[in-house]
Write a protein that binds this ligand. Sequence first.
Ligand SMILES: Cc1cc2nc3c(=O)[nH]c(=O)nc-3n(C[C@H](O)[C@H](O)[C@H](O)COP(=O)(O)OP(=O)(O)OC[C@H]3O[C@@H](n4cnc5c(N)ncnc54)[C@H](O)[C@@H]3O)c2cc1C
Ligand SMILES: NC(=O)c1ccc[n+]([C@@H]2O[C@H](COP(=O)([O-])OP(=O)(O)OC[C@H]3O[C@@H](n4cnc5c(N)ncnc54)[C@H](O)[C@@H]3O)[C@@H](O)[C@H]2O)c1
Ligand code: SF4
Ligand code: FES
Length: 809
Amino acid sequence: MGTDREKLVVIGNGMAGISAVEQILKLTKRFEITVFGSEPHPNYNRIMLSYVLEGSKTIDDIVLNDLNWYRDNGITLHTGTTVEKIDEQAKEVVTADGMRVPYDKVLIATGSNSFILPIPGSDKEGVVGFRDIADCNQMLEAAKTCRTAAVIGGGLLGLEAAKGLVQLGMDVTVVHLMEDLMERQLDHQAAGMLKAELERQGIKFKMGAQTAELLGDTRVSGLRFADDTVLDAEFVVMAVGIKPNVTVAKESGITVNRGIVVNDYMQTSMEGVYSVGECTEHRGVCYGLVAPLFEQGMVLAKHISGVEAPPYEGSVVSTKLKISGVDVFSTGEFIDGPEHTVIANKDDWKRTYKKILLKDGIMVGAVLFGDITDSAELQKLIKQKTVMTDELYSSLMGTGCGGGKKTTSVETMSDEEIVCGCNGVTKATIVDVITNQGLTTVDEIKACTGATRSCGGCKPVVEQILQYVLGDGFKTSAKQGICGCTTLSRDEIVAEIKEKGLQTTKEVMNVLGWSQPEGCSKCRPAINYYLGMLNPDTHEDEKESRFVNERMSANIQKDGTYTVVPRMYGGVTTPEELKKIADISLKYDVKVVKVTGGQRLDLIGVKKEDLPKVWEELDMPSGYAYAKSLRTVKTCVGSQFCRFGTQDSMGMGATLERKFERLDFPAKFKLAVNGCPRNCAESCTKDIGIVGNDGGWEIFVGGNGGIKARLADTLCKVKTDEELIEIVGSVMQYYRETGNYLERTSEWVERIGLEQIKAVVVDDLENRKALMERIEFALKQVEDPWKKMLRDGDNSGKLFNRLEMSNQL
Ligand SMILES: Cc1cc2nc3c(=O)[nH]c(=O)nc-3n(C[C@H](O)[C@H](O)[C@H](O)COP(=O)(O)OP(=O)(O)OC[C@H]3O[C@@H](n4cnc5c(N)ncnc54)[C@H](O)[C@@H]3O)c2cc1C
Ligand SMILES: NC(=O)c1ccc[n+]([C@@H]2O[C@H](COP(=O)([O-])OP(=O)(O)OC[C@H]3O[C@@H](n4cnc5c(N)ncnc54)[C@H](O)[C@@H]3O)[C@@H](O)[C@H]2O)c1
Ligand code: SF4
Ligand code: FES
């Protein structure tokens, strides 16, 4: 049925083309739209193929626009139909099977093809790219019969493919040309951390390897490298990049470089013909991520619909790897050169890394590993070419006292700014559905606008917008698991462990339906902690679920040696003890003895195999410097010696340390006790700070002197030592029972609320007593790990073997 509407023909039924069509439909109904797609499917979310492979989504889950959508919007769809060229003279689009469709305007959105290495054997059976549903299905099929796979290419795609194949039970080696993974997005530091994490998750790597040939008869059986070494592989995935699909444009005489060359309004060299997506080259750049493609689509939609629009000026891209338990993010410039000012922070303990690059004071790029909560914020600041200030620095790098909350920046975002890059949702759209449709949760916004639907990277910003628009009416309902292996929250897991009487991490993962049977480095230690906290008498600590320092009961150093920190209650020692420490240090060639910030002595440089002998000869309790446990109780001189002292801080410090040592906490725990408000032992930055005052004690909670400094809050004042011990014990137990694993008290206090903590441990005497009973019970079960090791020996026989390097966590 003919109409007098303008005829728009879209070549390519992929993410960029159909997103542009969606934008056009919002602006005008003046086009009669026909879409051609080579694939036999309606438009689907290509990004999610990684999740289909990994098993967490099905093909049906990832359809973005089903056939009804095309029908409802009056779009004629030809699936399984490839366009050959545009006949400019006839003003017709010509398909490979000879169909001719007249046009007024054409949009070319033909995407990319996988780049297949031009090496002998690359056409063998069992060699695939990873681009579409057909490739994904081939991989799923192969996993049923093949055991070994090689993924060539250690970029985003290769790593996601490798993880998917590991999930399917295959033995997978990633073969990478360079020495660093994802070298187009990460610096050397982050790439190293990423590799270590993926190795933990079961992926093998062959780095710096150039594949010369794929071996096998008709079917691939292995890889031969340029140095003539060989790797067996029954299945090979090529993930070495993509090639813009410019065939139609080339055949039609349109200017093509690497991609189809367009101007700032996405117009090609041919009158009436536009191009968006991965096939397009704008100002010399071809993009390979969806966010820029959606931005292009918006500009195109306005231009083609006759709506005035600013030109497309290129995009700052950012990437996030979609592998559960691996949080890595990169945006803008990421390799530092002499022109950059580098702000960097690496935490070996939490295995996090943050780097921000400045050029002439302006933020131009960032890399995050381990903790990507600031990703959306950084992406926005870098996109806006923001100048770094002291305030921003403190907010991003977490320095400065008082723990001031980050200011939300959504207020300063323009309405047109895209919040969800994957789905092209702007701030204005989100604000609109909150204000006009009364939506109050991230899930509702997701259902209505698509924001957060794909990679999830935009969720923090969507939450911020909700909070900003609703103020106090905001509640977060988005379901967030403790890691990518589960959607269960910490509280749900703890409740299930209690209700179902679960005993081991394996059991928790099996019964509660973990997506990865072995869990990951985030959930395994957390569950081990929750089990121990809930069942102090029956839980068998799972050493393999502990971080290396905890397994060794010592902190590993850069050079592979360890440190030994013996317990010195309240920071007090004797000349005899000091002499013993000095003798042993000399005997075992300890090069440095360091006085720590917590007033202890740290014997640095003990060889792994000497650890048991050093512990035995010291014959002192472990100082737990490696553990998520009570580390130290720092004390001032106090009333025993100090002229100002009103309380015996040294005595009380030692008492508290003796009483509460050895227990596991969600994170490390530090105390300080002061004899008077002069506060020489710095209570304000401790998890619990105690200050002698008015003949009694004043107690503070939630202080932190670390990366995210925070001054402690006043909890209460008590008159007696007994009351002090009881409040300290019950705060500790309340934190043990309600803290998220790895959550310091500084974060816990903010999350739970000071008033709630007061209500439970100060005001409610019965509750306080119950908490004390539970902590006393737990305390009865604990034993010094050095003594235990000396008595029971090392069951594995490997822990103190010089050559054995444990790297599970
Ligand atoms: C496994 C995987 C994971 C990814 N993950 C992410 C991610 O997390 N984040 C991100 O931003 N990006 C990701 N990407 C990249 C993202 O999917 C692409 O950038 C995006 O899909 C490109 O959209 P496009 O429309 O330009 O191309 P495509 O989505 O490839 O669409 C082009 C379509 O045109 C069809 N076509 C080609 N030629 C013709 C013709 N002559 N006639 C008719 N039809 C034709 C093709 O068959 C195809 O269906 C991922 C890609 C893959 C493969
Ligand atoms: N999470 C995400 O954002 C995501 C996920 C998957 C794919 N993608 C996109 O899909 C596209 C394809 O991804 P990709 O990872 O293939 O592209 P890529 O170009 O980012 O990475 C290819 C990698 O292969 C390596 N390589 C090149 N030749 C090699 C060889 N002969 N042997 C071994 N390694 C070799 C390169 O060093 C590079 O690291 C990209 O545009 C990517 O951005 C994005
Ligand atoms: S805090 Fe008070 S009691 Fe303790 S050392 Fe300082 S001045 Fe003396
Ligand atoms: S940015 Fe990926 S889902 Fe929003």
